[in-house]
Design a protein around this ligand. Structure first.
Ligand SMILES: [Cu+2]
Length: 160
């Protein structure tokens, strides 16, 4: 619940234009976003809701980068590490959030850093719903996002 409220607060701060949503069959994909980077890898987050009665799964993401993968940040012996995963299950009737510290899309081999205000066209590949074209909005990292969310939005927590 904490996350839900903070998301609403974050949305209230941002402009209406920055919130965007897609749907495909029983799935809705809310606000695909990425953070600006200084390094050669970027992350992708979004919220996926399955309003249907059949399970689906995100099985791939493509974008115009040398490599795009699905990762999960997991904690092992108190250290957060990223693991490559083949799929993210989207159970019937449930909402799955890709967010810092959990599942995320990894954009790898960037030729130049991602900047606030840029957009990343991408295709999400679902087992049942098929391919869904979306756009990830690149947003600035602010201390505000950190403080309001209660989550570490500053990147992968394993990086320290
Ligand atoms: Cu990662």
């Amino acid at each position: 619940m904490k996350y839900v409220f903070s998301t609403l607060a974050a949305l209230a701060f941002s402009t209406a234009a920055s919130a965007h949503e897609y749907s495909a069959g029983d799935l809705s994909i809310d606000h695909p976003m990425s953070f600006e980077t200084t390094a050669k890898a970027g992350v992708g987050y979004m919220t996926i809701t399955n309003q249907g009665s059949t399970a689906d799964a995100l099985v791939g993401v493509t974008a115009d980068f040398p490599r795009v993968m699905i990762h999960q940040t997991v904690e092992e012996d108190g250290i957060a590490k990223m693991k490559h995963v083949d799929r993210i299950e989207i159970p019937a009737g449930e909402t799955v959030k890709l967010l810092p510290g959990g599942f995320h899309v990894m954009f790898m081999g960037l030729e130049k850093p991602l900047k606030d205000g840029e957009t990343i066209p991408a295709t999400l590949i679902f087992e049942q719903a098929g391919e869904v074209e979306v756009v990830f909005n690149v947003e600035a990292r602010t201390s505000e996002t950190k403080d309001h969310s209660g989550h570490d939005h500053s990147g992968h927590s394993h990086s320290n």
